[in-house]
Design a protein around this ligand. Structure first.
Ligand code: CP
Length: 301
């Protein structure tokens, strides 16, 4: 018997399944009435081990607009915070709700939860990946510039969890990804090796100018994520990876700027770029809602 329809990472899916979710998201966004009964009577539990604005709000509103409801908890409100195991928590929640979205400090927690759950589990970010974000990003790119397949996308800065999901997306959607990262801040070698084994066009380099040259999108993220304690060191290491007007000038004429937010203005991106005409960041944030709906529908329909 097939197990629950989890949404844990992009590389678990084939390109067709991910494409179908993007198309569904676009259709839901275009609908004259964004309310539906697609998930009427269904309940999503959301567990946040880390803070969130976009993921929390977009999943909550997505469920409500599709006729469902949400239970929102932090581990400290559950017996999980007092030592009940992750697996036992998953088994119990599986008896109450229809799906769980988890933002876990460690990917292993999410994987343990999903292995024990008999309902779909959705990855709302871990230290390793952020697949829901990159689904919204691909949707946003295509709204602005058309099909992403065959296009060149540049990532500059930390080879972090979001960058890893971009690598997965590059392989599954068939675009070129150039990642400019300082030494020791590249995505894990195992992820790049996987991309190459799958025939992906993914390259890691040191120079941001080389990555950005002629690219259709310039993407970055914070240099100091929620689990980092070495912020001062990071600000020095990443300074030359900042997305500013000088760097954007190296990209394609119609290139867009993307950032999953929250942004740290004056660090990874200047005000001029994030507030400028090439910035797609507010559309990315909005598209979290529409992409979330398609992911929930995939898991629960
Ligand atoms: N981009 C993103 O996941 O935002 P939140 O941390 O606010 O959810």
């Amino acid at each position: 018997m097939a197990g629950p329809r989890h949404f844990l990472d992009l590389h678990h899916f084939d390109g067709g399944a991910l494409r179908a979710m993007i198309e569904h998201a676009a259709k839901l966004k275009a609908a004259s009435d964004r309310r539906s009964k697609l998930l009427e009577g269904r309940t999503l539990a959301m567990i946040f081990e880390r803070p969130s604005t976009r993921t929390r709000m977009s999943f909550d509103v997505a469920m409500r607009q599709m006729g469902g409801s949400v239970v929102n908890v932090s581990p400290s409100e559950l017996q999980l915070g007092r030592g009940e195991s992750v697996g036992d928590t998953a088994r119990v929640l599986s008896r109450y709700v229809d799906a769980v979205m988890i933002r876990a400090a460690r990917a292993e927690t999410m994987e343990t939860f999903a292995a024990a759950a008999s309902i779909p589990v959705i990855n709302g970010l871990t230290d390793k990946t952020h697949p829901c974000q990159v689904m919204a990003d691909v949707m946003t790119f295509e709204e602005r510039l058309g099909p992403i397949g065959g296009r060149a996308i540049a990532w500059t800065g930390d080879g972090n969890n979001v960058a890893v999901s971009w690598v997965h997306a590059a392989v599954r959607f068939g675009f070129e990804l150039r990642l400019a990262c300082p030494a020791n801040f590249e995505p894990p070698a195992s992820v790049i090796d996987w991309a190459h084994r799958e025939g992906g066009n993914v390259r890691v380099m040191a120079e941001p100018e080389e990555a950005v040259r002629g690219a259709s999108a310039v993407v970055t993220d914070t240099w100091v994520s929620m689990h980092h304690t070495d912020g001062h060191v990071r600000h020095n290491v990443f300074a030359r990876y900042q997305v500013n007007d000088r760097l954007m000038a190296q990209a394609a004429k119609d290139a867009i700027f993307m950032h999953c937010l929250p942004a740290h203005r004056g660090y990874e991106v200047t005000d001029a770029v994030i507030d400028g005409p090439r910035s797609a960041v507010w559309d990315e944030a909005e598209n979290r809602l529409h992409a979330q709906k398609a992911i929930l529908a995939h898991c629960l329909a």
